[in-house]
Design a binder for this molecule. Structure first.
Ligand SMILES: NC(=O)c1ccc[n+]([C@@H]2O[C@H](COP(=O)([O-])OP(=O)(O)OC[C@H]3O[C@@H](n4cnc5c(N)ncnc54)[C@H](O)[C@@H]3O)[C@@H](O)[C@H]2O)c1
Length: 368
């Protein structure tokens, strides 16, 4: 199967996403074919990315002057200190704006590296090689960069688009299965909010997607990127439409935060529980038909996924969950804004609810 190409066109940049197999060892040719040139490049790579991939990439780039920055990617290290280290290295090696920074890693590495690229001399060429399923289907599309602070996640950042995204599905083979589930949560979210046909495809092929089987995995990455692309093209700077990407995430963030971001429930698992909660809320409010609700819940009840919030919380935790929901960035009052689905594939609507309504909903879920 030859690589698939998807073009993202925002106001600030037009760039391709290339999806396929055996891409990283042909990196140099891919860059040339897409008219991306530079003399020097800095590879910012996640230390958990297996060495063999880094070697393949370095070999392919041997006609360039290549420098490396090894990054220990985790939420704690997604900070200004590491951005400064990258910037200092670029300064020491006398990089110009026409040179390039190449990220090789998941969403954390991509967010930090692209933030540094956006700052260096007000913008250095940025190439993204996402190596997790989540980064291939979500964080590499749309140009949001960012770091965490002691006040919260992703509070400092910029919008900065890459020159190219190269998603090689072969590099996903070394991913732990829970990370595959994380990526799948965003894939199915994209289908649920915008593409019923794609949802039906996933419903039929979920086992193959989770096993990363070709060509199912390439198609899933492509369709998922297509949904996100169409949203960010219309709303690059997250003014309005981009909010629909938060489907399930208000509940998910609150669940994760209430568990202090423990490994017990990772982000993707929280998103799956969050989407289930959002569907249940829609059903309670008679916003969705029983048939569509049953189909979505059956899909999200796959035996690889977390079963219920009851396995993580007791009634005592409700107030804490609600306080995190109120603090969600979509809210500007004490009310909670939820993104809810009326039909699989859209439309999706924003509904403002009171903390009392949210409390009653969670109480019912935790008791039954
Ligand atoms: N910019 C955006 O639009 C956007 C969107 C969604 C999420 N994000 C951000 O993305 C981050 C999450 O991204 P993620 O899920 O990719 O997490 P991640 O970058 O932490 O990667 C997940 C884990 O997989 C490891 N890993 C990466 N590639 C690997 C490989 N090929 N083989 C084996 N292990 C590998 C990492 O070291 C890490 O332990 C969060 O910080 C989130 O805020 C950004």
């Amino acid at each position: 199967m030859s690589p698939i190409k998807l073009i993202v066109k925002t106001k600030s940049e037009k760039y391709p996403i290339i999806i396929g197999r055996n891409l990283i060892s042909n990196l140099s040719q891919i860059l040339k074919k897409n008219s991306i040139s530079f003399k020097k490049c800095l590879l910012v790579f996640d230390k958990n990315v297996p060495n063999r991939y880094v070697t393949q990439i370095s070999r392919s780039l041997k006609r360039f002057e290549v420098y490396k920055f090894i990054y220990n990617a985790n939420e704690k290290n997604k900070n200004q200190k590491n951005v400064n280290k990258i910037l200092n290295l670029l300064l020491q090696k006398n990089f110009s704006r026409d040179d390039s920074l190449i990220s090789i890693g998941g969403g954390i590495t991509g967010d930090v590296a692209s933030f540094a690229a956006s700052l260096f001399k007000r913008g250095l060429k940025f190439v993204n090689i996402p190596t997790t399923l989540l980064s291939q289907v979500d964080s590499s599309v749309g140009g949001k960069t960012g770091i965490n602070t002691s006040q919260g996640k992703n509070l400092i950042g910029s919008f900065y688009q890459p020159k190219i995204v190269i998603s090689d599905v072969d590099v996903l083979k070394s991913l732990p299965f829970r990370e595959v589930v994380c990526g799948y949560a965003e894939i199915v979210k994209h289908a649920l909010i915008a593409n019923k046909k794609f949802y039906n495809f996933l419903d039929k092929n979920i086992d193959d997607v989770l096993k990363l089987k070709s060509p199912t995995i390439e198609k899933s990455i492509y369709e998922s990127c297509k949904v996100k692309k169409s949203i960010v093209e219309k709303d690059e700077k997250e003014k309005n439409l981009r909010k629909i990407l938060n489907f399930g995430h208000t509940f998910a963030h609150a669940y994760e935060a209430s568990l202090n971001f423990s490994k017990k429930l990772n982000h993707g698992e929280a998103v799956i529980l969050g989407m289930k909660s959002a569907f249940e809320f829609s059903k309670n409010k008679k916003l969705i038909t029983h048939k569509e609700f049953d189909s979505a819940i059956k899909h999200l009840n796959n035996y690889h996924f977390p079963v219920s919030i009851k396995n993580y919380f007791t009634i005592k935790k409700i107030n804490q969950i609600i306080s995190f929901m109120i603090r969600d960035k979509k809210n500007n009052s004490k009310n909670i804004k939820l993104m809810l689905i009326k039909k699989i594939g859209g439309p999706i609507i924003e509904k403002e609810i009171s903390d009392v309504t949210a409390k009653l909903f969670l109480k019912k879920k935790l008791i039954n």
